[in-house]
Design a protein around this ligand. Structure first.
Ligand code: HEM
Length: 404
C-alpha cells in the first residue's frame, strides 16, 4: 500500500504469507489506523485496524449492523436482488440492533451455555474418535479437510439441528456460496433459496413433531413464550448453519497446519487440558479467520483522528486488532502459552459469537485427540504449497495433505 497515494486502497487486502494477516495492517496500525478503503462494488468504507478502536466501536450504539442500509459495506460482488436477499437474511439476528436483537438472541442462547456444551463434550469426543479411526484406515497421504476438519462441525451441526447427515452437502455448498467472493451473485442467490426452502421444511417438521435435539427444543421452548414465529426460527437456523460450519472447519485445518509447523513440540500442546485450552485461544487470535466485520454508522463518530459520518460503512478488522502489539506483545509470534485473553476472534459486544463455547469444545477435543493418537503426524507438502483460501471472507485452506 502506498501511504502517499490519495486513492483509497481496495478491500479486502490480500494475505501474502500463509498465516499472517495482510502486511498492510501493521503499517496502518502504526500510522493512519483508520483509513478509507474501496469495497468490491465500488463503495467507500472506513477500515479500522487498532484493537482499542475495534473494541470501542463494537460496543458503540452509534454503530449498526443494519444490512438493509444501502451503504452497508459488503465485501462480495452484489446485484440489487442479492443485496435485498442479504438484507433479508440479516434481519434474522446478525443484522439486528438493540433493542430488536436481544429477544432474538435469547431464542437461541439457552442451547449454547457452557453447561449445555460441556454435556455435549463426550459426544463430540465420539465424533472425533470416529474421524481419526477413518483417517488411520486410509492410505497415506490423506487430505485432512474432508476426513476431519469438515466432518466434525458438519456432524455436530446436523445432529444439533436434527438433520440427516446425508444432507450435509447443503451446509457445505451454502458456506461456499455465502463466503466465497468468486461465486456469482446469481449462484449465491440460488443456493440461499435452496437452503431456506430446506430449513423451512425442517422447522415445519419439528413444529409438527418436536424431537429431542437442539432445534426441537428451541421450537418447544420458544413456543411456550407465546412469541414464536416460524419465519424467525427459519432465519435463526440459517444463521447457525452459515456461522457454525466454515469458521470451525477453517480453524481446525489452519490449527493443525500451524501446530505442525509451529515453534513448540505438539506433544507440549496436548500434554494437559490447560495447555490445549491456552493453545486454542492463541490460535483463535493468531489465525483470526473472520477478519473484518461490516457495520454502518448511524451518527457522526469521532475516533482515531477521523470523523466517520452518519451513513458511512465501517469495516472492523479483527485480524488486524488481534495482531496489535499494544495488546499482544510480539503479536506476530504464535506463542501457544500466551493464552490470548481479550482477542476478538469471536467478536465483541451484542453480536459476540453465540457458538464460541461449542467452537472451543470442538477445537480442544480435536487437537488433543489427533495429536495424542497420531503423534507422528506431519504435513505431506511444504506449508507454502497448501491451497490457502484467498477468495473467501473466512480464511482457511482447501486441502491439508498429511502423513505420519
Ligand atoms: C472457530 C469458530 C468460530 C468463529 C471464529 C466465529 C466467529 C464469530 C464472530 C466474529 C461473530 C461476530 C459477528 C458480528 O459481530 O457481526 C460470530 C457470531 C455468531 N456466531 Fe460464531 N464463530 C465460530 C463458531 C460458531 C459456531 C460453532 C456457531 C454455532 C453453531 C456460531 C454461531 C454464531 C452466531 C449465531 C452468531 C451471531 C450472533 C449474533 O448476531 O448475536 N459460531 N461468530
Amino acid at each position: 500500500m502506498n501511504s502517499a497515494s490519495t486513492e483509497p486502497p481496495d478491500f479486502p487486502m490480500q494475505r501474502t504469507c500463509p498465516f499472517d494477516p495482510p502486511t498492510e495492517y501493521a503499517q496502518l496500525r502504526r500510522q493512519r489506523s483508520i483509513i478509507q478503503v474501496r469495497v468490491p462494488n465500488g463503495q467507500l468504507a472506513w477500515l479500522v485496524t487498532r484493537h482499542r478502536d475495534v473494541r470501542e466501536l463494537l460496543t458503540d450504539p452509534r454503530i449498526s449492523s443494519d444490512r438493509t442500509h444501502p451503504n452497508f459495506p459488503l465485501t462480495e460482488e452484489v446485484t440489487p436482488q442479492s443485496r435485498r436477499n442479504i438484507a433479508a437474511a440479516g434481519r434474522s439476528l446478525i443484522g439486528l440492533d438493540h433493542p430488536e436483537h436481544g429477544p432474538r438472541r435469547r431464542m437461541l442462547i439457552t442451547e449454547f451455555t457452557v453447561r449445555r456444551i460441556n454435556d455435549l463434550r463426550p459426544h463430540i469426543q465420539q465424533i472425533v474418535d470416529a474421524c481419526v479411526d477413518d483417517l488411520l484406515s486410509r492410505p497415506r497421504p490423506v487430505d485432512l479437510v474432508p476426513v476431519l476438519a469438515e466432518p466434525l462441525p458438519a456432524r455436530t451441526l446436523t445432529e444439533l439441528l436434527g438433520m440427516p447427515y446425508d444432507d450435509r452437502d447443503l451446509i457445505e455448498r451454502a458456506a461456499t456460496a455465502m463466503l466465497r467472493r468468486s461465486v456469482s451473485p446469481q449462484e449465491r442467490q440460488r443456493t440461499g433459496a435452496e437452503m431456506r426452502a430446506y430449513i423451512d421444511r425442517l422447522v415445519t417438521a419439528k413444529e409438527a413433531e418436536p424431537t429431542e435435539d437442539l432445534l426441537g427444543r428451541l421450537v418447544v421452548t420458544n413456543r411456550r413464550t407465546g412469541l414464536y414465529d416460524h419465519d424467525q426460527m427459519v432465519g435463526l437456523v440459517q444463521v447457525l448453519m452459515v456461522a457454525g460450519f466454515e469458521s470451525t472447519v477453517s480453524m481446525i485445518a489452519l490449527g493443525v497446519a500451524g501446530l505442525l509447523t509451529g515453534p513448540r513440540p505438539v506433544s507440549d500442546v496436548v500434554a494437559t487440558p490447560e495447555a490445549t485450552t491456552a493453545a486454542v485461544e492463541e490460535m483463535l487470535r493468531y489465525f483470526s479467520v473472520a477478519d473484518a466485520l461490516p457495520r454502518i454508522a448511524r451518527e457522526d463518530i469521532e475516533i482515531g483522528g477521523v470523523t466517520i459520518r452518519r451513513g458511512d460503512g465501517v469495516l472492523l478488522s479483527f485480524a488486524s486488532a488481534n495482531w496489535d502489539d499494544e495488546v499482544f506483545p510480539a503479536a506476530s509470534t504464535l506463542d501457544l502459552r500466551r493464552g490470548a485473553r481479550h482477542h476478538l476472534a469471536f467478536g465483541y459486544g451484542i453480536h459476540q459469537c453465540i457458538g464460541q463455547n461449542l467452537a472451543r469444545a470442538e477445537l480442544e477435543i480435536v487437537f488433543r485427540t489427533l495429536f495424542t493418537r497420531v503423534p507422528g503426524l506431519r504435513l505431506a507438502v511444504p506449508l507454502a504449497q497448501l491451497p490457502f483460501k484467498r477468495d473467501s471472507n473466512l480464511y482457511g485452506v482447501d486441502a491439508l495433505p498429511v502423513t505420519w
